[in-house]
Design a protein around this ligand. Structure first.
Ligand SMILES: *[C@@H]1O[C@H](CO)[C@@H](O)[C@H](O)[C@H]1NC(C)=O
Ligand SMILES: *[C@@H]1O[C@H](CO)[C@@H](O)[C@H](O)[C@H]1NC(C)=O
Ligand SMILES: *[C@@H]1O[C@H](CO)[C@@H](O)[C@H](O)[C@H]1NC(C)=O
Ligand SMILES: *[C@@H]1O[C@H](CO)[C@@H](O)[C@H](O)[C@H]1NC(C)=O
Ligand SMILES: *[C@@H]1O[C@H](CO)[C@@H](O)[C@H](O)[C@H]1NC(C)=O
Length: 254
């Protein structure tokens, strides 16, 4: 009896027509031929096929990869190197190396003007808006720079991004969660918070206040509701290929 109830409950969650199940698989784009990035290697393999190397990249949540198209089984030792980070700030770790081609999931990997994005390994590229803005203006500002307000909807992301705030000396920042007119919390990818189970509400949050419709991530690894009119710093996340596409970059492990 309980079992049946449980199963039908699960089915009804999965069947919520407002929950998009489409996950966008990242694509690696050739950014610099004859270059190799020396950013942290997530994994490497003796693959002679670029497709296999890209598959390894997706499996390891790599933001970029080096691939040697001319591998002769002795040189280089590992023709496929998948990387935790993508080059930013002008590709400071990108070296001339005729053996490898450098690929990234960010088509915008070549520096975006006016943005110094920071890599959060295996999660994505982020930057803080230094000026305090209300939610609407912060959202517009992110969108104007191939970004969206950051997705915090997993423990891994909330933890990593809270650390990012701490590192930047920032207590709270707007992120990509907001109430819609039905008073449902909606993520940047358009899904309702009710499509997933992870929550990081600070004690007493979400506040039952009809003006508290926008979400701040805190450096204490929690979410707080606040008024969207409040002027706050905001955390933007670079999107692999603007304009914004539905679905976060990688499906986070549960
Ligand atoms: C593979 O390439 C390297 C460098 O080009 C060369 O030194 C080596 O002799 C090659 N090995 C074979 C088995 O072709
Ligand atoms: C890499 O090679 C290109 C073309 O040969 C050259 O213009 C550039 O200065 C080189 N960069 C470095 C860091 O050696
Ligand atoms: C980005 O970093 C460079 C080098 O550190 C610095 O000169 C520049 O002012 C920074 N730009 C922004 C918008 O922070
Ligand atoms: C959006 O970007 C354009 C071009 O870089 C700039 O002129 C405009 O002021 C930006 N708007 C905002 C809201 O930042
Ligand atoms: C944010 O400020 C702009 C004016 O700069 C205003 O038009 C907009 O309604 C404000 N949004 C919120 C949510 O307060």
């Amino acid at each position: 009896m309980f079992k049946i109830l449980f199963i039908s409950l699960i089915t009804s969650i999965n069947a919520n027509p407002r929950c998009s199940t489409a996950t966008s698989v990242p694509k690696y784009h050739l950014i610099e031929p004859c270059h190799r990035s020396t950013l942290g290697i997530a994994a490497r393999a003796k693959y002679s096929s670029l497709t296999s190397c890209k598959r390894l990249g997706i499996e390891k949540k790599a933001l970029a990869l080096n691939f040697s198209p001319t591998w002769n089984r002795s040189e280089p030792e590992y023709p496929c190197e998948v990387l935790k980070c993508s080059e930013a700030e002008g590709g400071l770790s990108l070296n001339n190396d005729t053996r490898y081609d450098y690929y990234s999931i960010y088509l915008t990997a070549k520096p975006i003007p006016n943005v110094n994005a920071t890599c959060v390994p295996s999660i994505g590229m982020f930057y803080l808006l230094s000026r305090k803005l209300n939610y609407t203006n912060a959202d517009d500002k992110c969108k104007n720079m191939s970004s969206t307000l950051a997705d915090v909807n997993s423990e891994q992301r909330t933890d990593a991004l809270a650390q990012f705030l701490t590192g930047a000396g920032v207590a709270t920042a707007f992120v990509g969660l907001k109430k819609d007119h039905e008073t449902r919390f909606i993520e940047v990818n358009g899904n309702g918070l009710d499509c997933t189970t992870y929550r990081a509400w600070a004690p007493g949050h979400p506040r039952r206040n009809r003006y508290h419709n926008c979400i701040l991530l805190t450096k204490q690894h929690t979410w707080r509701t606040t008024s969207c009119e409040n002027k706050q710093q905001a955390l933007c996340e670079l999107i692999p290929h603007g304009p914004y596409k539905k679905g976060s970059i990688f499906k986070d492990s549960p």
